[in-house]
Design a protein around this ligand. Structure first.
Ligand code: ZN
Length: 179
């Protein structure tokens, strides 16, 4: 088992759209294993393939309720409803978190590593993981979900912490924030 470095904000790979797998083979399963190890080592509850530099529609997660790690390939959200506010962080934006309001109930469809169809209705924490990972796969980073007030505070915080905060490209975050 091995881990890979997690790409950090400012890395352009995080802002690129991923593409579906046409064929789910052993290489996809091996990649998913590495992603699971990387997620647990971080530690985190979810990881999207482009966070380790692979532009494919694949994410892994473990919501910590004893089900173990899950892998979803070619995922789509087909329905969302309600509203829920939760303090959300991201392994690609380490050490920071924000209260983000998103839909609560999520219906997600995709494939497992055997190519079988998956259909999951989730809410609260699991629904939030799905939306966060789907954002990654669409090239959207958590910082792009901040409201105006949160953006202002984040800019101040990041200026103050610029020297100590890890980043692939420290200016990249400022750009994301519309600086
Ligand atoms: Zn994230």
């Amino acid at each position: 088992m091995s881990t890979l470095p997690i790409r950090l904000f400012g890395d352009p790979v995080l802002n690129e759209m991923t593409t579906d797998y046409d064929n789910i083979d052993g290489a996809v399963a091996a990649l998913a294993d590495t992603m699971i190890e990387t997620m647990y080592a971080a530690p985190g509850v979810g990881l999207a393939a482009n966070q380790i530099g692979v532009q494919k529609r694949l994410f892994v997660y473990d919501q910590g309720e004893g089900d173990g790690p899950q892998v979803i390939v070619n995922a789509r959200i087909v329905e969302s409803d309600g509203e829920w506010t939760y303090e959300e962080g991201c392994l690609s934006v380490p050490g920071l978190s924000w209260e983000i309001t998103r839909p609560n109930q999520i219906h997600l469809v995709g494939l497992d590593l055997h190519g079988n169809e998956i259909s999951i209705e989730a809410d609260e924490f699991e629904g939030r993981i799905f939306q966060h990972e789907m954002d990654h796969l669409d090239g959207i980073l958590l910082v792009e979900r901040l409201n105006e007030d949160q953006r202002k505070k984040a800019k101040k915080l990041l200026r103050a912490r610029a020297a100590s905060l890890p980043a692939a490209d420290p200016d990249g975050f400022a750009r994301l924030l519309g600086n």
